[in-house]
Design a protein around this ligand. Structure first.
Ligand code: RAM
Length: 360
């Protein structure tokens, strides 16, 4: 599809009609060409690292959940970076981390609006694929950040850190905190969440090591990144397993709610709690002895890197293939890794010693 006018007409048609109809009218999407797109979500174009950074692009952020403070910080970082690059930013998305069909509709709407790029944190690895592929077929660059879909359904994934290191380190932190002994539970986000499920996979694997032989995972509970549900799930875990020694919660919403519950209960300081949280949410629970330590990356930097990636893709500086490099402003130079994954870096462990140095 060469002319922008034709591209826009086809994009609008594709967003509101079936794939086959749009394909027939625009001549691009047969079964075979769809297959070709699958092998390299980014098309076969070569990257031009020296290409000028395009300005005036429409870049949209679509988090798992708009009213989650973690995404507020991440997307603010994205907004600042998009604007600093001379492009236009907008954010849209569902209120609930389990509204997967809502997220699909938001993708379709952005396709219909013919944005230039979208940064998406996927609630579910597979559910968004068809809609995201449709967006890419219409020339829209798709970056996942925070939580991925499948590699063929986006151009690149901006990851907070190595998923393996994040999963293992949370178990290591918990082990240290409870002396490597006792029953433990996981309080996760939504049951479908790609990021949490990958981390949990590595947590289970870490627990197989001999040093954890006296630690036993008794339950994985899901609080759906909803404060009230996460609070109730924590309460339920302790009712069901009164001898629980520790909880790990790989979600900012879950960790805060679990800390809130433990803090006001007889378990404060007795049941260990760690996971992923923001220093601002967790400060008071570290100070009152509910939590000894937890970790996280800087969400604003994650959002900024997603923005730089989206603009680099739209400018043709990268296509999402392993080995390509690009500049991400103050964040430095990044290299695209295997399967289009771009790692932000290492997370920080927060304890009473350093928490006051961080304000997000
Ligand atoms: C919650 C979300 C998000 C995750 C953080 C750690 O805010 O589930 O996807 O990365 O926690």
């Amino acid at each position: 599809m060469s002319s922008p006018a034709l591209r826009r007409a086809c994009a609008a048609l594709a967003a509101v009609t079936s794939l086959t109809l749009a394909a027939a009218a625009c001549g691009g999407t047969t079964k075979d060409s769809a297959k070709k797109d699958d092998s390299a979500a980014s098309s076969n174009a070569e990257a031009d690292p020296g290409a000028a950074t395009k300005k005036g692009l429409d870049v949209a952020f679509l988090p798992k959940q708009v009213n989650n403070p973690y995404f507020t910080v991440a997307d603010k970082g994205g907004e600042k970076a998009v604007k600093s690059l001379g492009s236009t930013y907008k954010e849209t998305g569902p209120n609930s981390a389990t509204d997967t069909s809502g997220q699909v509709s938001y993708v379709n709407t952005l396709t219909q609006q013919q944005v230039d790029a979208m940064a998406v944190s996927a609630q579910d690895p597979g559910a968004l694929c068809t809609a995201l592929k449709q967006a890419m077929k219409n020339g829209i660059k798709v970056v996942t950040y925070d939580s991925d879909t499948r590699p063929e359904c986006r151009n690149a994934f901006v990851s907070q850190s190595s998923a393996e290191a994040l999963g293992r380190s949370q178990v290591q932190l918990l082990g240290e905190q409870l002396g490597y002994k006792g029953d433990i539970a996981i309080l996760s986000a939504a049951q479908t969440a790609t990021n949490q499920n990958i981390w949990i996979g590595f947590m289970k694997d870490e627990l197989k090591k001999p040093k954890y032989k006296d630690m036993r995972l008794v339950k994985v509970a899901y609080g759906n990144d909803d404060a009230q549900q996460s609070f109730q799930q924590t309460q339920g875990l302790l009712q069901e397993h009164p001898r629980l020694a520790g909880i790990v919660s790989p979600t900012t919403v879950g960790l805060k709610a679990a800390a809130q519950y433990l803090s006001g209960s007889k378990y404060r300081g007795k049941v260990a709690l760690t996971g992923l949280g923001t220093p601002n949410d967790m400060r008071k629970y570290v100070k009152n002895g509910t939590v000894e330590g937890f970790e996280l990356w800087d969400p604003a930097k994650l959002g900024a890197l997603a923005a730089h990636t989206a603009v680099a893709l739209s400018s043709g500086q990268i296509t999402g293939k392993a080995g390509e490099t690009f500049e991400a402003g103050d964040l430095g130079t990044f290299t695209v890794g295997k399967e289009g994954v771009i790692d932000l870096g290492k997370p920080t462990v927060f304890t009473g010693e350093n928490i006051d140095d961080y304000h997000f």
